[in-house]
Each structure stands twice: as structure tokens, then as C-alpha cells.
Design a protein around this ligand. Sequence first.
Ligand code: HEC
Ligand code: HEC
Length: 717
Amino acid sequence: MITPLLNWLRHRSAVRELIGAMLLEGVPGGARWRYVWGSCLVFVFSLQLITGIMLMTAYSPSSSQAWNSVHAIQYKMDFGWLIRGLHHFGSQTMMVLIALHMLQVVIAGAHLPPRELNWWLGVGLLSLTLGLSLTGYLLPWDQKGYWATRVATNIAGTLPEIGGEVRQQAVGGPDYGNYTLTRFYALHVAILPLGMILLMIAHIYIFRRHGVTCKENQEGLVTNPDNEHSAGAEPFWPRQAFYDMLACMAVFGVMLGLVLYGFAHKIETPPREDGAEPGLYEQLARMGTQGKGAELDAAADRDTANYPARPEWYFLALFQLLKYFKGEYAIIGTVVIPNGAMLLLALLPLLGFGPLRKFGHFASILVLITLLVLTGLLTLQALDDDQPDGILWGIMKKNDEEAVKTAKKFQESVKEAEEKAKRACQLAMDGTPVEGGEYLMRNDPFTRGRELFQQKCGSCHNFTKQDKDLFDKSWTGGKTASDLGDFGRASWIRGLLENPMSDKYFGLIKVVERDADDKEVKDDKGKPNIVHGLTGMRGWRKGVDKRRDAKKIDAKIQDKDFDTIAEWLEYQAKTPKAERRNDKLIDAGQEAFTSDKNKCSTCHMIEARVKNDAGKFVWEKQGDVTAPDLTDWGSAAYIRGMIMNPAHKSRYADRNLMPAFRNIDGLGAEVLAEEFRDTHEKVRAKTFLPLTDIEREMIIRWITRDYRPIYGGAPIR
Ligand code: HEC
Ligand code: HEC
């Protein structure tokens, strides 16, 4: 069956000659293991072409969708993690293989005449590979690639004379964004690969002309097409072909190992709706969610402050170089040295003419090894600079305190960035905003809400991490107000009732004492007298203690009441009115709150559930308003009121010391603004600060642990 078909093909085409030309080429001196690097490079490049084209079918090159599509490839597409992983590590593998290949070539002297032209083609291929890496790094449009590439294009901008123009061309528009991505995409998938293929064909064609370099074939005379089987030459097939194949498979094994080791963020996947365990195929196809494959950072966001930007490892040496040349000397690091090194490489073969050849060969080896060692040292130094304790088990230790501090800070921001990346990848499993991946994080209460809390509220309030919280650390920057870490929970109320003047509650809130004429009271030294600013609950506590003694109220029984009140207030905070069904708790809470023993309602107002004449449940305000109205205390609505108008009579009225936070100069800012300012003039804290509606809601969700992102027009409840 096969043979007639083959014969037909042979008759009508030159397959036979082609295969012959490919496999029967002579290898002078016989097959050797060290000739495998070139074949490995061709193999990995072909793999890059295949995986690259596969990725092209799912990737969307726009700044709003690129990250979303890469996220889908990594986590949602069947075997997307594998294809992307291979492509990612393929590029790194190529860098390593190129170094090995060059080393082998120079050691063999294969760059010397008459093979110098091919050496130059090789140097060209090296530049193109670097170009492909650089352009590819940007394509996922994640923070890592975005900031690294920004650094790279800015470096290009420092070139003398032409710098501005080069940068402009690379950026592709007025600012770094969608058009930059378009440019880089075109370079990465069309221009550079095409150049690579052409150069590679030329490289291999010219290589064939002279054959491998060995003792028997220094001058490249043994293999020309006419004397393929001349003395000492062994055909490529089967031995060398076999070596090459084994080496390619080993390289592929390493790549696959890296992909399977996994550098991506793990994702928590909810159980399937039908409750079934995923089958073997599904498990394998979605191994990206278990962290297999290449890393994906959070979506690029130009508004990020201080992203810890670092280039890919093979550009680290260059990055390090830039640190040594500052200001007007920067050009030495950006242009002179890197281009000098490339030029030096290109000039190496010229040392190989005539009697110079022996010396040239030796000098070339020396130059290449020196270059590699220097690059290695610079890379190590770059890595070391970022580690507070140094690298290589402390061999490279830092003595400079400033350097340790910088490294520590860097590591902290790396950790933070990683936390965000994990969060972004997880959030995007539920869908991504059409406006762009960055909105995922911009409107995420878990990360952005926390930042906003620290910026806007954190100078006064603390925030202690609670048991099941997913974040890392408590916020301890607050100096002048309560700890809101468990605000809205029973524990907060219970603690308040126990010791209202502790630092966790009103203890840190201090003011200058004023007399009846509103004049500052001075102490002996003429300094203003500082006193507690909010003492309403202290008075209550003293009363409790007194009554306990005088009336012999059983402390244990009253403590039980406090437990009930705390539990009931938390229940109100977490359950919307219409959903409150725990009649027992509601009755007990209301009872304790209004009881003569505890007297909360002599100062506080609350909406209680009572039966009306018709025997139906209705909500009715009870109590007094000399203290905050505790209706729905701890809920989002309560906190919203506290943020927007803390001096309102249902909150802290004229005792208020907290600034109001409002949308001062945006849409809707003028609504009730006059009235608001008017009332605010009369309170102790006369300030109010700008805060947009979305920012406010993110802070509220952060405090109430409601981590749903706010985007896509979902109503704010
Ligand atoms: C300048 C200091 C300051 C800042 C900034 C501040 N607060 Fe307050 N906050 C206070 C003080 C003081 C109180 C006590 C009540 C009062 O004075 O109105 C308070 C009370 C509260 C309360 C009621 C619970 C309690 O401890 O009595 C909440 C909730 C609250 N703040 C939330 C916030 C949020 C959210 C922000 C950030 C948007 C914020 N605060 C910013 C000082 C501040
Ligand atoms: C003598 C009046 C008085 C009594 C009685 C009283 N409180 Fe208060 N309470 C206040 C005042 C006043 C404040 C606000 C702090 C200030 O202005 O000094 C306050 C604050 C609070 C707050 C913080 C509100 C917020 O914004 O988070 C809670 C909660 C609270 N009280 C609960 C209670 C409970 C529960 C009882 C009964 C066991 C009670 N209080 C009894 C006067 C009182």
C-alpha cells in the first residue's frame, strides 16, 4: 500500500533527493555528541512556532483583553497551561542553548575563516532571539511584563540623537498602551520570526557548505556536495541523527519538567454543580488551576505605584550594568558596553586570518568565556541586590545597611505584588471586566479596599486581623481612634461594654480641654490640657459598676445580658431587616437593651421589632438620641452613614471628631452639599475629605469582609 504511494510521490517530486540531502550529508570525523546544539535550537524554535501559532488562536492583542485572554488560556482552556508553559520556557531554553552553541562553536574554532559569514549570521540570530524575548514578555499585558518593558523602552529613549524617535516608534503612540502592544505583537508574531526563519535557512545552508569543524576539516573542504562520502566523513544518518534526536528529547524533557513543576498561581475551584468529581481528562486539561505552567501576574495597571519591576533573568546583567552608570554616564551602560560586546563578538573571526589563526582561536575563547563570566557575575549581583540576606548561602553578604533596607523593601513589594497576582487570577475565574483586566483589581475590596482603608482611615483607626482572615497582617498605623478589625461583630461590642476607655475603643481619642466659654484650659506650664474626647460610655460603665455594688446586681447575670446584646447587635449587623427570623435572639436582645438594669436605651436609640394593634410585627424606634442611634449598627449602611456624615444626630452629633468623607467635586457632589456643610460647621471636626462613591463602598466592603469586586454595573447594596 505504502510503497506504490511513495513511488508515485518520488516519481513526481524530489522527495527522495530532499531526504537524501538532509540525512546523507557527511559528518567529517564522525558523529559527535557536541554537535547537537544547533539541532536542539532548530527543534526548540520549531516548537516555539507551533505553540506560538496555537496561542495566536486564543490570544487577543488589545490592552483591555490581552490579560483576560491569557488568563483564559492559562486557567480555562483545555491544555492551555501546557501550550503556554512550553512556549514560555521554550524562550528561556533558547537563551541557554544559544550560549552553549556559541561556546561550542568558538571552542571548535568554527567561527574562524572561512566560516566567518556564518558566525555573523549567528550573531544576528542571537539579536533576533533577544528581540523575540523582549517583545514576548509584554504580550500577556500583566504587571511584570508591563513594567519591565516600560523600563526597556525608556532605556531605548536614552540613546543619543535617535533615542526619542526609537522610543516613540516602540511605544507607538502618545503613551505606553494599546498601540505599544500592537507594535510588539506585530514584531513578535510576524517580523522577528520571519527574520529568524530566513536567517536560520541561510545559517544552515552556509553551514552545509563547510561542514562541521573538527581536526580533519578545519578549512571546511571535506563536505561539498560532490564528495559527500569523502575520507573520514560519516553520513549524518543514523548516528548523528540519533544523537541529535536524543538531545532534543532531553531538552524537551527539561522544558516539560519546568512546566509540570509549575510557576503559576494556584486557583481554588468550586466543586462542580452536579457534585461529580472531574474525570481524568478534565483534571489533566485544567492543570493550570493547580499552578502548572508559566506564571501570570495581575493585569497591567499604569496607576500602580512602585511596582517592583525586574526584567527577565537574561536581561538582568544589562539591568545591573545600568546601576553603575548614572546621569550623563548612563549611555555607557545602555549603549557603549552592550553594543561593544556585540561588536566584539562580531569581530572575533577577523583574528583568524593567516598566521594569526592560532592566537585568534585562543583569544576568541578567552573573550567569549570572559563575556559569559562577566554576564554571570552581573546577574548574580543583580539577584543579590534584591535579597536582604544575600544569595548563595550567604557567600555574597551585604554589609551596607542601606542596601539591606532597600532589598527588604523590594521583597516586601514583591510579596504584595504576588498576593495581588494570586487574587487577580482567582477573581478572573468568575469573569473579567470588558473594560480591561486592571479593573478587576482597581475595584477589588480585598486589595484596593485595604489600601484605601490604610490611606484614608488608617492614620486614626487600627485594624486587627481576625481569626479567619485571608490577609497577612494587622494594620497598626492608627493613633487617634478605635480598632475596626472586628467592627460589626459581637466581640467588638462585648469588649466595649467591658472597657470602653481602652485603646481599642475610645481610649486613643483625645482633645484639648475647653471651659464653658469654649476657651482652652491650660495646665501649670501653660500647655493645653489634653483629655479624653468621648467619654459617654465611660460614664455608663462607672454607673454600671456603682449600681452593681449598691443594688447588688449579680455581675454574672448582667454579663450574660451583655453577651446577649453583643450577639444580637452582630445579628442585626449581618442580617438585613427582612431576613431576621431569629425571634428568640431578637426578643432577648431587645429585652436586655431596654432593661432597667442595663439602661442602654436611656441614651441610645434603636429600631425595635414590636407588635402593632393588629398583631403584626413592625419596626419602631425606641430609646433616646443623646448617643449614636444603634439601628443596624455595624452594617454597611451604618458604616456608610459614619463615613459620609459622622456628625449627623443619629451618629456622634456635635461630639464628633471624625472628618466626613464625601464626593466633593464629582458627579452628585452638590446634592445636599450646602446643608451638609452647614451642619458640619457646628461640630468639633470641621473637616471633610474627598472620597469617591466607589472608594467608599470598597472600604465598607473591606471592613465588613464582603470581598465581591465592584464592577460591571452590579448594584451597590
Ligand atoms: C482623623 C481621624 C479619623 C479618620 C481619618 C477616620 N476616623 Fe473614623 N473615627 C474617628 C473618631 C475620633 C471616631 C469616634 C467617633 C466620632 O468622633 O465621630 C471614629 C469613629 C468611627 C466609626 C464608629 C465606630 C467607633 O469607633 O466609634 C467608624 C465605623 C469609623 N470611624 C470608620 C471610619 C472609616 C471607614 C474611615 C475612613 C474612611 C475613618 N473612620 C476615618 C476618627 C477618624
Ligand atoms: C449614659 C449614656 C449611655 C448609655 C447608658 C450607654 N451608652 Fe453606649 N454610647 C454612649 C455615647 C455618648 C457613645 C458615643 C461615645 C461618646 O460620644 O462619648 C456611645 C457609644 C456606643 C457604641 C459605639 C457606637 C459606634 O458608632 O460604633 C456602642 C456600640 C454602644 N455605645 C453600645 C451601648 C450599649 C450596648 C449600651 C447598654 C449596655 C450602652 N451603649 C449604654 C452613651 C451611652
